[in-house]
Design a protein around this ligand. Structure first.
Ligand SMILES: [Zn+2]
Length: 149
């Protein structure tokens, strides 16, 4: 670890505090200039790769999922905490799969499954954008399926 004051590459850890499980806080001292500073260490997760319909690969983007969910849940009684929880659950689900390459439609399906339980209106909004309901009939069909529950 390079000292931020004198740039010499010789520092020692004088104290470590585990903050929860994700972040470790370390107090360090530079052997040369004796100045002290703090570093935070977190586990690096390997990126999830999403394969889109056209075969293009991109890394999993929480922001993108969040935007879609916020749009679907606009003016619905779904809190931002709840939305973040949903994204956490989806990300955990994706990470627990044997492959780190995920087909994009799987993410869409997972979001719809979660929304269906959370809020019917939000679900319909998301599904109508995601499935691109071709005509009014297929949209009505989806509504009917919901009402049957
Ligand atoms: Zn130094």
């Amino acid at each position: 670890m390079r000292c931020p004051f004198c740039s010499k590459n010789n520092t020692k850890v004088i104290e470590t505090r585990e903050k929860g499980e994700e972040v470790a806080r370390r107090r360090r001292e530079c052997v040369h200039c004796k100045k002290r500073f703090t570093t935070y260490e977190r586990v690096e997760m390997s990126p999830l790769i999403v394969i889109k319909k056209e075969g293009v690969r991109e890394s999993f983007n929480r922001e993108k999922v969040l935007k879609g969910l916020l749009r679907a849940c606009e003016k619905r009684p779904v809190s931002i905490d709840r939305i973040n929880k949903i994204i956490d659950e989806i990300e955990t689900n994706l990470r627990n799969r044997s492959s780190s390459e995920i087909k994009s439609h799987l993410i869409g399906e997972l979001i719809m499954t979660k929304l269906k339980k959370e809020d019917k209106i939000a679900y319909i909004r998301f599904a109508s954008v995601y499935r691109e309901f071709q005509d009014l009939d297929s949209f009505k069909e989806e509504l009917k399926k919901l009402q049957r529950r």
